[in-house]
Design a protein around this ligand. Structure first.
Ligand SMILES: Cc1cc2nc3c(=O)[nH]c(=O)nc-3n(C[C@H](O)[C@H](O)[C@H](O)COP(=O)(O)OP(=O)(O)OC[C@H]3O[C@@H](n4cnc5c(N)ncnc54)[C@H](O)[C@@H]3O)c2cc1C
Length: 542
């Protein structure tokens, strides 16, 4: 070995040792060198990282463990290395020191996306891998923030999710929304009477000792979790009501039911590092959605390490001292810490004397006509107690419709076919209108195209895959309004507004495709799908 080589080798050994000392296990040489430069360029004044940077991340400065306290005042951008998954995640501080050319607004804007890339150690989907950071993506995110603000980076270790901070953050959002709504109710002079209401027939309700009779009565008692008769709730066998306020993140979870709520909790817990199994009785997740979307979602969740047991009905769940044993058909069992029962929601109509006083029910749902009028004159029903999609915005729509109807206007009766359906998982699923099978059933023939998000620049920037499927009636040579849009991929919920207007206004694919969609946005994928559906594909292979 020549002298120069010897020196270089010694330097590498030294460098490697320093990285190991810093808690970094960087095996790839090029990535190691970059990470090392980041780590070693971090001055002791660098950062108390995530607690103040990201509300739910617990991060430890790996390169300078002794510098936490001094770092606090000057927290900046942090390149966080997760040594267990060998991934780097980046977080940035909302309390960055002021620099020339960067006002607070700018700093927040730069930092905001970084919050979304902090992940738990086990998370396989951490968006920024070391390789991606090294290859330059970091320059567009944390790197830009760092360079723009002239601040240093440090390496850090991601320890996990701070459940208290998570709860505080969530409660803050919920409380602000709640305060806003109660303020609006007050501002409009609406009287709120707190208490359990019992229906007495006609348009009269009793609350405590007082009776209230209106010119009209609107029932909106909502829904509650439906528990299969074979399962019994306990401390570890819970519904979404308890899951929303769980004070720990389970290490293992079995989610019974692969509908929207089950998938969202499964995705969330997996993101937090849990080992998750979804048990779904139907052959696929989200059974009511287009099978293309269900398949895409199932593939993506499986890739993230979530085990999906479709076509499997749970036999029993038995709570033990330190967990729950779940029995599946054929004697198969699963050991878990928590079982979430997410097998649907039943209308809450059996507790207030509705059917006893003449309100017609069908399987618990209030029977209504097109105007949401019930079987009793002057009594209307809205929201989850009316059969159909159980979604908050559908309930709003019902409420607005009934108010306008009672005011003597002529509103268009609500239709579930223009109500968007979104599953907030990773990746997301967003849909509006009919599935391909429903179009075929109703019109005899259906034409559908799928535009793959791999052809969409913004999706590539975001590191997401998936697709956009659009459906219309008829054959390839026919024309006609778009009847259904189905999307899978991160952030596709943000596209559902355009899709809803297309379906709701019965636009032709050729009309929508003609609008140039902003580049680079994920909306372009919707535009491309429309062009393809109208027989004029632009950026499409094959
Ligand atoms: C975990 C979870 C996640 C969800 N996520 C979403 C989502 O992301 N997007 C979405 O659109 N929808 C979502 N939903 C569904 C959404 O919450 C419901 O569709 C919506 O709340 C239904 O509104 P509602 O007014 O019909 O009933 P509710 O919101 O349930 O309101 C009914 C109210 O009536 C009260 N009440 C009932 N009976 C009486 C009585 N006898 N006297 C007095 N008061 C009574 C109840 O206490 C309750 O406050 C979710 C639901 C769950 C459980």
């Amino acid at each position: 070995m020549y002298e120069g080589e010897e020196n270089r080798a010694a330097a590498h050994i030294d460098q490697r040792q320093r990285l190991t000392d810093a808690g970094l296990d960087i095996r790839n040489r090029r990535e190691r060198d970059v990470a090392f430069r980041r780590a070693s360029s971090a001055p002791t004044r660098s950062a108390n990282v995530a607690a103040e940077l990201c509300p739910i991340a617990k991060t430890r400065v790996a390169s300078r463990p002794s510098s936490y306290a001094s770092a606090k005042e000057s927290a900046a951008v942090v390149i966080a290395a997760d040594v267990r998954t060998e991934r780097l995640v980046a977080v940035a501080s909302p309390s960055l020191p002021a620099r020339a050319g960067s006002d607070r607004h700018e700093r927040v804007r730069l930092c905001a996306p970084m919050r979304s890339v902090t992940r738990s150690p086990k998370m396989p989907e951490t968006p920024l891998t070391r390789a991606q950071l090294v290859r330059g993506r970091w320059r567009t995110t944390a790197g830009v923030a760092a360079l723009a603000l002239g601040i240093e980076c440090v390496a850090a270790h991601f320890d996990g999710i701070d459940v208290d901070a998570l709860s505080t953050y969530r409660d803050g959002v919920v409380n602000r929304m709640y305060a806003g709504l109660t303020g609006l109710v007050r501002q409009h002079g609406i009287t709120v009477v707190a208490g359990h209401g019992s229906y007495l027939g006609g348009r009269t309700v009793q609350i405590d000792d007082a009776r209230h009779t209106g010119r009209f009565l609107v029932l909106a008692t909502g829904s509650e979790p439906q528990i299969p008769s074979t399962l019994q709730l306990s401390e570890r066998i819970i519904t979404s009501d308890q899951a929303l306020t769980l004070q720990t993140i389970p290490a293992r979870a079995v989610v019974v039911g692969g509908g929207a709520i089950g998938v969202e909790f499964a995705s969330l817990w997996a993101s937090f590092g849990a080992e998750v199994t979804i048990v779904e009785a139907q052959p696929s997740l989200l059974p009511a959605e287009d099978p293309w979307a269900s398949k895409q979602l199932q593939r993506a969740l499986t890739k993230r390490g979530i085990c999906v047991r479709a076509d499997t009905a749970i036999v029993s769940a038995t709570e033990r001292a330190n967990g729950v044993t779940v029995e599946l058909p054929g004697g198969d069992t699963l050991e878990t810490d928590v079982v979430l029962i997410a097998t649907g929601r039943a209308p809450r109509t059996s507790h207030a004397g509705l059917s006893e006083h003449g309100i017609a029910l069908e399987n618990g749902f209030v029977v209504t006509d097109d105007t949401l009028a019930t079987s009793i004159e002057g009594v209307y029903a809205i929201g989850d107690i009316v059969r159909g999609l159980q979604l908050a915005h559908r309930g709003f729509g019902h409420g607005v419709f009934v108010a306008e109807h009672l005011a003597g206007l002529s509103p268009v009766p609500p239709s579930d076919e223009v109500v968007p359906r979104v599953v907030y998982s990773h990746p997301e699923v967003a849909a509006v209108g009919l599935t391909e099978a429903a179009v075929r059933e109703r019109f005899g023939m259906a034409t559908a195209v799928v535009y793959d998000l791999s052809g969409n620049a913004k999706s590539q920037i975001l590191g997401t895959t998936g697709g956009v499927k659009v459906v219309r009636a008829g054959g390839k040579a026919d024309d006609g309004p778009v009847l259904g849009v189905h999307m899978v991929g991160d952030r596709v919920s943000e596209l559902i507004g355009e899709a809803q207007i297309v379906v709701g206004w019965e636009a032709l694919a050729s009309e929508v495709g003609r609008f140039p969609h902003a580049h680079p946005t994920q909306h372009e994928a919707l535009g491309e799908a429309m062009m393809a559906l109208s027989g004029k594909p632009l950026h499409a292979h094959g």
